[in-house]
Design a protein around this ligand. Structure first.
Ligand code: MOS
Length: 769
């Protein structure tokens, strides 16, 4: 699975052609853009919200996997005699006795290209080789420890250097050209100023607060899977294929999700193991992943190694840009980390080439992680840009401003809306960039040396197909449902705001129902596309419901509007009134539909993918951003902190200032993790990710947090939808790490082309200084 395919797929879905945005669409009311608190907040803070593993049913049993202790080889024998004899054990599942599980050929995205226990080959340390199901979790865990597995180990590699020799460019397995224009070789050779460096990003593991879990319930005909999923519709589609069932026999429920960061986009093998066990035992089965398992069994951001060559003129024109990247993938799938996501269009240059190659390692299958491709790719490109600015003796903000372009030079199309320049300018202003002195170590504050760095950010914008359904009930309350889900980002609240905008029904009276595959099909929460995708469908549905109300008002006997033209009526502040009269004099819409003896006015809505809109083919659609970072370096005690971050984001119109700001702040937390702490380390002796726990895999804590300032340009992009909203899931992270290493250089003079920044690197530089 290649993530760019997934994102392209989102936009290419045919579905209904998108409704044209009406030219007379009124500007949204003040609720769009307001800082509305999360409507699901009280459920979460009171423990009422049920996450996947919170589901319990009579007769529920627990599945615990047995995981491979070698990184490559064959399973010779599984001896479960002792395990089966232990108290409470119901079942030991493995390749020899699993019911048929199938691969998934089309129409859905699976994380691992093959079902659990498909064969007896081991491809990575930690791979599930068996699973024990028992009456209690403790019994299952104890028995899993008693399953004896005999292996024939084979040679393996978890090498971190990705410098393996590759077949030639264009040959099978060799580097493939992702983007090319002009002649980079000639332009680079003759450029008076050059940067030619290799940048490295490590394996990072998704660590959402909520760990993966499946509670599978087989009722004799149908599976219900309680999941922690970023895409209930896709999960249903894939699991129906894996289980060999028609789609309606699999229902997937994810009402609340403690985030995912991409690790929960597509199903992992535990889901099918739980489903198969529940069928075999005819009992509900709970399979929860431990934090440890999350490091081997549910994806990671793959390691990348990227050579960047920049050629520039003395006055800072970019004449050549080449990026040759490699990423590691597993033996189970070809996962390309699309490191050139932003390279072909971020800066103006005539000569450009991006190539990509895969190097196999004995690791679990990588998966998209927040800003897949772009985030490691921009670490390389933006680091190289900082190095170029220094060589040119130009200010790094100025260099980027001078290379800005409003035309996507790869596609030769204008951007639907590009405001990178304003992001840089506003960010510089807010940060106080004008006070920066460029010499290394030149900015001091008492004992501390300050370093200031900047990086630009970009992430694609797209829209998929979506259905939604709205009821405007006769009691004055509304319900809206859609088969998307809220992974913690604020979708519940944003959808309620849309209903409020279009009807005036207060947010507290809007019930938003998400997180089940039985609802009208909605988008995966991925690729920063969910909001732009559900906005037009929800608007369409609520408009249709309002139309029913107005028609009923004009046709129902006893209605004060009987006999009027429905088009002359409006629904505002929850009241039906004549368009040219104030809403206050109108009638609550509930009264009107009660007169007609209707329980509710219903509306169904639909929207098509962006690609189905002919206008979209004339534009390149992306979000942009700029991140400014201050680090404090205390050379006396060798302490480095990120002390201040300003993030300016051009993500179209922002629907909820509060949830959006929170998401950008979270991205900064993640960026500090990427810059300073996070790296999954595989033991070269056995392929075990050795730091598979929160003591050894460091994520930032509140004590590591800088002062955070988030600002949205809030410029609508009407190509996407009526509100002009794009999506902001990934953009906030994209520039943080390269801005940190740029700031580290500015403070210390140490250029780090690899994250996370290690204190040893800084100490070594100090000693040689
Ligand atoms: Mo994001 S990597 O699309 O969850």
């Amino acid at each position: 699975m290649i993530f760019e395919e997934f994102v392209e797929f989102i936009g290419s879905q045919e579905g209904a052609p998108p409704k044209p945005i009406p030219a007379d669409a009124p500007p949204p009311s003040a609720i769009i853009g307001a800082a509305v608190p999360r409507i699901d907040g009280p459920l979460k803070t009171t423990g009422t919200a049920r996450y996947a593993s919170d589901y319990n049913f009579p007769g529920l049993v627990y599945a615990v996997p047995v995981r491979a202790t070698i990184a490559s080889g064959k399973i010779l024998r599984i001896d479960s005699t002792a395990a089966k004899a232990m108290p409470g054990v119901c079942l030991v599942m493995h390749h020899g006795n699993i019911m048929p599980l199938y691969r998934n050929a089309s129409g859905g995205r699976n994380s691992e290209n093959r079902p659990a226990f498909e064969d007896e080959t081991v491809y990575y340390w930690g791979q599930y080789v068996a699973a024990v199901v028992a009456e209690t979790f403790q019994q299952a865990q104890a028995a899993a420890g008693a399953v004896r597995v005999e292996y024939e180990p084979a040679k393996f590699s978890v090498d971190t250097s990705l410098s393996d020799s590759l077949p030639a460019e264009g040959q099978p397995g060799g580097p493939s050209i992702m983007s090319q224009r002009g002649d980079t070789d000639a332009a680079f050779a003759s450029a008076p100023v050059k940067v030619d460096e290799v940048y490295i990003t490590p394996v990072e593991t998704h660590n959402p607060m909520e760990m993966h879990a499946t509670v599978a319930v087989w009722d004799g005909k149908k599976y219900t899977l309680y999941e922690s999923s970023q895409g209930v519709m896709n999960h249903q589609n894939v699991m129906a294929q894996v289980l060999g069932e028609p789609r309606e026999n699999v229902e997937v429920v994810s009402r609340f999700i403690g985030s995912g960061f991409g690790g929960k986009l597509f199903p992992w093998p535990h889901s099918a193991i739980a489903a198969a066990a529940s069928r075999k035992l005819n009992r509900p089965v709970k399979f929860t992943l431990s934090r440890k398992m999350m490091f081997a069994n549910s994806g990671h951001r793959p390691r990348t190694q990227q050579r960047i060559r920049l050629g520039a003129t003395l006055d800072g024109k970019l004449v050549s840009l080449q990026q040759d990247y490699r990423n590691h993938t597993s033996y189970v799938d070809d996962v390309r980390e699309n490191c050139g996501e932003a390279t072909p269009f971020l800066y103006s240059t005539k000569n450009l080439k991006v190539t990509s190659a895969l190097v196999r390692r004995n690791v679990g299958t990588p998966s998209p992680m927040r800003g897949p491709g772009a985030v490691p790719g921009l670490f390389a490109l933006e680091s190289a840009m900082d190095e170029l600015a220094i060589k040119l003796k130009m200010d790094p903000v100025q260099l980027r401003l001078s290379l800005d372009t409003l035309v996507d030079e790869e596609k030769n199309k204008p951007f639907s809306s590009r405001h990178l320049k304003e992001c840089l300018q506003v960010g510089a202003e807010k940060f106080g960039w004008a006070r920066r002195t460029p010499e290394v170590g030149s900015m001091r504050q008492g004992d501390l040396v300050l370093g200031w760095g900047v990086a630009a950010a970009s992430w694609g914008a797209n829209r998929g197909v979506c259905d939604a359904s709205v009821n405007l009930w006769c009691d004055g309350k509304a319900r809206v449902s859609c088969g998307t889900q809220d992974i913690g980002t604020g979708s519940y609240t944003v959808i309620a705001q849309i209903i409020t905008d279009k009807t005036g029904i207060p947010v507290r009276d809007v019930e938003v129902v998400l997180g089940s595959s039985s609802l009208p099909p909605g988008p995966t929460s991925g690729g920063s596309t969910a909001t732009s995708t559900f906005v037009p469908a929800v608007i369409d549905a609520v408009n249709a419901a309002v139309k029913v109300v107005l028609t009923v008002a004009s046709t129902t006997k006893g209605s004060p509007f009987a006999g009027k033209n429905a088009n002359s009526l409006a629904l505002t502040a929850g009241r039906v009134h004549e368009k040219d009269q104030p809403a206050a004099g109108g009638v609550p819409y509930g009264e009107i539909i009660r007169m007609a003896n209707l329980a509710s006015a219903n509306g169904d809505g639909k929207s098509g993918g962006l690609g189905a809109d002919p206008k979209s083919h004339d534009y390149s659609t992306h979000s942009f951003g700029a991140q400014f970072v201050e680090v404090e370096w205390d050379p006396g005690i060798a302490r480095l902190r990120v002390s201040r971050v300003v993030s300016v984001v051009d993500g179209g119109r922002i629907i909820n200032q509060r949830t959006a700001t929170n998401q950008m702040a979270g991205a900064i937390v993640m960026g500090v993790g990427m810059g300073l702490f996070e790296e999954t380390v595989y033991d070269p002796r056995n392929g075990h990710p050795v730091n598979d726990n929160f003591a050894d895999y460091i994520v930032p804590t509140i004590a590591d947090m800088p002062q955070i300032d988030v600002h949205f340009l809030d410029i609508p992009d009407f190509l996407l939808n009526e509100y002009g909203t794009r999506g902001i899931g990934e953009i906030g992270l994209a520039g943080v790490a390269p801005a940190i290493t740029a700031a580290v250089y500015h403070a210390t003079g140490v250029r780090l082309r690899q994250v996370p920044v290690k204190i040893e690197d800084l100490l070594r530089a100090q000693q040689t200084a």
